[in-house]
Design a binder for this molecule. Structure first.
Ligand SMILES: Cc1cc2nc3c(=O)[nH]c(=O)nc-3n(C[C@H](O)[C@H](O)[C@H](O)COP(=O)(O)OP(=O)(O)OC[C@H]3O[C@@H](n4cnc5c(N)ncnc54)[C@H](O)[C@@H]3O)c2cc1C
Length: 464
């Protein structure tokens, strides 16, 4: 690129940014920026970013934000791009700020904390903690390919969260770069700290709209006991939903997952592990209860039987149990083989779960579309997966109608349009129906206070 200062002309802004980041890789050609244009949602946004910055340190992120503020250029923070709500989709003419090269990690065994940079994968953080006998619990099914920064930015959940809580329950502190380029530290390795407003919770789950997270202090736990896994097969979704509700009422299992017939079939196509294709639903439950009597396992089996499971059993060993957990984890990519997906993330209070399941079945029938249904059932967080052939315009219309109707249904049941994936760009139109005008107005005021020019991830949560 030509430096125009020699001729007296103003430098084009991107040259200024590249000059400010001498040691940082900045991608600008279409081929190398292509993989950074979308996340894993079926967002048909085809925006082309001005550049992708592969930041390595907080100072690099600060330099990007100072330049972006000075020039009014939008910035989309990006972890590993595994998001399912279009939150990391590029913005036309904006910068994608990737944290993939920010990979520092240290663990303090005395305070049981880890200080990590955002670009590490969730599974890498877990593995590092396990090496010193500790445990980082939140376990999104995407653990191997989602970043810890993305987890904090979306407040990710997962399979063990029914007992152990979600990402925010493990975030003790963050360093965050604000829109104007200042870096602030909130919290730290202190288990109790009530100084000032509770800003930490504001940034966790803010989906890159309030600041860019450049360091995280995580709380770790002692390693858990090996879990015992209980499997229940059902010939009706209503019976499975009722069994889930009963288990959730009586105990706190360490996993309580649900798969419907469509997802069972899709996973069996992938794994050929002997899943029952004739079943309407599969519930995979776990207990890491330390009592020698194994009372929780007995309660789970009892609940399955009382609600008419066609078959239920405790799996023989940890590895066998892990096969069923793995089957649930790969359900989204397995169903993806049936077609493109409009991915839901709706949640309800547990007693409403059977009504949500039957409502989604009705929506599928009325719109003549296939909707696979998987769920972190124990915390009422479900993923109806609307399968669509993007070449079939009529089917696209019916699928999009179903997608909206499912969120309307969740709101009618007092639930949420998103339990863990975030609002992103795809669910934004429904946000006001859930939280109402007044709370949306308060949210806009917070956004304007922290990002007055609206350059941080415009279009996600808030209209661009
Ligand atoms: C097969 C599959 C299974 C999944 N299972 C689960 C699951 O069980 N539970 C769950 O919660 N999610 C799940 N997800 C969704 C996804 O993996 C999570 O939302 C994850 O937290 C996203 O992390 P990421 O690094 O890929 O973030 P990205 O997709 O890159 O970004 C997600 C959002 O966070 C913002 N962001 C990223 N990094 C930063 C940062 N450092 N600072 C500020 N903002 C940032 C982005 O702008 C965007 O809005 C699944 C996804 C797939 C494909």
């Amino acid at each position: 690129m030509v430096d125009q200062t020699a001729t007296g002309a103003a430098k084009p802004p991107l040259v200024e940014l590249i000059d400010a980041l001498p040691d940082v890789e900045v991608l600008t050609d279409p081929e190398s920026t292509e993989p950074y244009r979308r996340d894993r949602a079926n967002d048909r946004n085809v925006a082309v970013p001005l550049a992708v910055v592969l930041a390595e340190r907080t100072e690099h992120v600060q330099a990007v934000m100072r330049w972006a503020t000075a020039n009014g250029i939008p910035v989309v923070p990006r972890g590993a791009g595994s998001g399912l709500s279009g939150g990391a989709s590029a913005v036309q003419g904006g910068i994608v700020l990737s944290t993939e090269r920010m990979r520092g990690l240290s663990i303090d065994e005395t305070t049981r904390t880890a200080v990590v940079q955002p670009g590490l994968m969730n599974a890498e953080v877990k593995a590092a903690a396990a090496e010193v006998g500790l445990w980082y619990p939140p376990d999104p099914a995407s653990a191997e390919f989602c970043s810890i920064g993305g987890n904090v930015a979306t407040n990710a959940g997962g399979l063990c969260c029914v007992k152990y809580g979600v990402t925010t329950d493990y975030v003790l502190g963050i360093e965050v770069v604000l829109a104007d380029g200042r870096a602030v530290r909130i919290g730290g390795p202190r288990l109790k700290d009530v100084a000032g407003l509770s800003m930490l919770k504001l940034f966790v789950g803010s989906e890159g709209t309030l600041g860019i997270i450049t360091e995280i202090t995580l709380r770790l736990l002692p390693a858990p006991m090996a879990p015992r896994t209980v499997v229940g097969w059902f010939d009706s979704s209503a019976a499975a939903g009722a069994a889930v509700a009963e288990i959730a009422r009586r105990i706190r299992p360490s996993m309580l997952e649900y798969m419907d017939g469509v997802s069972i079939g899709a996973v069996e196509d992938e794994l050929a592990m002997g899943l029952r294709r004739d079943a309407a639903a599969l519930v995979v439950a776990r207990s890491d209860d330390r009592s020698p009597t194994g009372e929780e396992v007995a309660i789970m089996l009892d609940a399955f039987e009382r609600h008419g499971a066609t078959e239920c059993f405790e799996t023989a060993d940890v590895e066998d149990g892990e096969r069923y957990a793995h089957a649930r984890r790969i359900a989204i990519p397995a169903v993806e083989r049936l077609g493109s997906l409009l991915l839901e993330d709706v949640g309800v209070a547990i007693p409403e779960l059977p009504r949500l399941i039957s409502g989604v079945e009705r929506i599928a029938a009325e719109n003549d579309v296939t909707i696979a249904f998987i769920a972190h059932a124990g915390d009422g967080n479900t993923h109806p997966l609307v399968v669509v052939d993007l070449e079939d315009r009529d089917m696209v219309r019916r699928a999009e109608r179903s997608y909206g109707q499912i969120m309307d249904l969740a709101i009618d049941l007092g639930g949420t349009i998103t339990g863990e994936h975030g609002v992103g760009r795809l669910k934004r139109p429904w946000l006001v129906d859930q939280i109402g005008d007044d709370l949306l107005d308060v949210s806009h005021r917070v956004k304007r206070a922290l990002d007055p020019a609206g350059i941080l991830n415009p279009g996600t949560i808030f209209a661009a």
